[in-house]
Design a protein around this ligand. Structure first.
Ligand code: NAP
Length: 523
């Protein structure tokens, strides 16, 4: 790739070269649509009796690929392969694991455009969002490798006991758990599979990964990168199938030693409770939903605030865990900011996400599309829809799940949708008399993932001190609540948004994949 560093903050003004490469890759990808893909278990292709199709949400007549409906038997085989591979992989010197993982990161980067073309077709992400998702994946893997190195493999000499007549050495070693399960969501199939997989592997665990049913192709391509990097057989396994059957069989297995689940609150809490039925406590990293607020003070820069809010509310059709779904604006600027939000929103282009001029593609599936109809009906009753509020059904839109970006005002603060993650291109705006009122409302949800603020610098400090969320931005035009990047904005949530309190792509994350062992030797 060129010298340009793609992140979610830089993606709004990419060099032309990026578009050229993406168009070439898209053409190549389109030529291979409809192929069948196996699962990868113990380094071998594995096929199931039943198959499912992955279809393009922008054009549901288009079959992207055919995938295996894995069942309990496949879960068992994948876990057995990972278990058998664990002793050798965990004993492989950590520096060698780092070399292999860096190689996997390099391969993903080499295939950036091919994988991004698939992400765009499979998820409905616009091309820059798709490129961002894939580019973040090697960044997360490399971050995990860097952390391993900076901490010298997490082997630390401790103090020497004050023992008279003996000499004791004490060492702390962080060691991997065993078989690590990674279950990922549809919306960031690359980064949110590859990131946790990379961390688990570099730490010395072996992995079984299961993507969302809507996004098996992207994750298959990622799995191939890990295999092609030369990871030994069974160290990384890829299985596909429904969450309710295959996912449940994986979670229920006593041979899984730890898991990372990224997805909805309801499924995540179910997994948390189910996983607790084992004989003892196993590490459970949950990255769950969000209901992310932006607060706009009377001292805000109107243009920055409106731009950041619109980008975060409608990027990826509002289907980001970090999407800005609630906006609280102080009275003196309310009309001005709201008018500009509505104006910018009505200018957003909806359409084929692979088209370079499009900002919003389709929503992911028929269930999300139906939710859009239900929620907008409910919001029409409760408040005022200022723009959007309808599905797009004219022309080619009828073939996909296209929804108009929707801004809603005047919904009473006790309405249930202020607290419910809709996960759609809908944002709700509310006028407040003071910043204190805004903060009370912002924190009055079970979630605590991301938050945004626009106002004076000293107000921003107050915002950081008082907001209950893991990732917070002030005065950011690139996104009020979205756009974190490993190493800059480690990503994770508080309260119902996450279980560990430590953010991916930060300094305290990799340790979650290892348990500590103290070694005292008395001579
Ligand atoms: P989801 O419906 O909860 O599914 C997530 C994953 O869990 C999928 O692979 C799904 O498989 C699987 N699954 C479903 N039921 C399962 C079960 N009983 N046992 C084991 N696995 C099961 O979430 P989604 O719709 O894909 O993603 C959107 C959600 O993810 C939103 O709530 C969003 O906020 C959240 N998210 C959070 C973060 C974060 O970092 N905090 C990041 C991205 C997304 P199937 O697809 O086969 O059902």
């Amino acid at each position: 790739m060129c010298a340009f560093q793609l992140t979610y903050a830089t993606m709004f003004d990419p060099p032309e070269e990026l578009h050229t490469h993406f168009d070439e890759a898209l053409q190549k990808t389109r030529a291979s649509l409809g192929s069948e893909y196996g699962m990868i278990i113990n380094g071998e292709e594995a096929y199931a009796k039943h198959k499912f199709e992955s279809r393009n949400p922008a054009n549901t007549e288009e079959v992207l690929g055919i995938f295996q409906t894995g069942a309990a038997k496949d879960a068992k085989e994948a876990i057995a392969a990972a278990k058998a591979a664990f002793p050798a992989w965990s004993q492989t010197p950590w520096r060698e694991r780092v070399v292999l993982l860096r190689k996997a990161a390099d391969i993903i980067e080499e295939r950036l455009f091919e994988i991004a073309a698939v992400v765009s077709l499979e998820v409905g992400k616009n091309r820059m969002e798709a490129l961002g998702d894939v580019a973040e994946t090697p960044a997360l893997i490399r971050w995990a490798c860097d952390e391993m190195e900076e901490n010298r493999g997490f082997v630390a000499q401790m103090g020497t006991d004050p023992l008279v007549g003996y000499h004791a050495t004490n060492k702390s070693v962080l060691r991997p758990y065993g078989v690590w399960l990674v279950i990922s969501p549809f919306n960031f199939p690359a980064a949110l599979t590859g990131g946790p997989v990379g961390a688990a592997l570099v730490a010395g665990n072996t992995v079984v990964m299961k993507p969302a049913t809507d996004t098996p192709w992207t994750v298959r391509l990622l799995a191939e990168c890990f295999v092609d990097a030369g990871l030994p057989q069974g160290v990384v396994n890829y299985v596909t199938g429904s969450g309710s059957v295959l996912g449940k069989a994986l979670v229920d297995s006593p041979d899984v030693d730890g898991l990372t689940f990224t997805g909805s609150y309801d499924v995540g809490m179910g997994i948390y409770r189910g996983f607790a039925q084992g004989r003892y406590i196993r590490p459970t990293i949950l990255e769950l939903g969000g209901k992310n607020p932006a607060i706009v003070s009377r001292h805000a820069d109107v243009e920055r605030a409106a731009l950041g809010i619109v980008r975060s509310a409608f990027g990826l059709q509002g289907q980001k865990c970090s999407a800005c779904s609630r906006v609280y604006i102080e009275e003196p600027l309310y009309d001005q900011v709201l008018d500009r939000i509505v104006e910018l929103t009505s200018q957003l282009r909806v359409g084929d996400p692979t088209d370079r001029s499009v900002y919003l593609g389709p929503v992911i599936n028929s269930s999300s599309y139906r939710d859009f109809l239900t929620f907008t009906d409910e919001l029409k009753e409760a408040g005022a829809i200022l723009t959007g509020g309808v599905p797009l059904t004219h022309g080619d839109f009828i073939k996909g799940y296209f929804c108009s970006p929707t801004v809603v005002a005047d919904v009473p603060p006790n309405h249930r949708l202020w607290k419910h993650e809709m996960f759609l291109p809908i944002t709700m705006v509310h006028q407040v008399k003071s910043l204190a009122e805004a903060m009370t409302l912002a924190n009055d949800v079970d979630y605590g993932l991301t938050a945004g603020f626009y106002g004076a610098p000293e107000e921003a400090q107050w915002f950081f001190e008082n907001i209950q969320a893991g990732v917070n931005y002030a005065n950011r035009p690139q996104g009020a609540t979205t756009g974190a990047w490993p190493g800059y904005q480690p990503f994770g949530g508080w309260k119902g948004s996450g279980s560990s309190g430590k953010n991916a792509g930060g300094h305290y994350y990799l340790q979650l994949y290892m348990h500590e062992q103290i070694r005292t030797l008395v001579e």
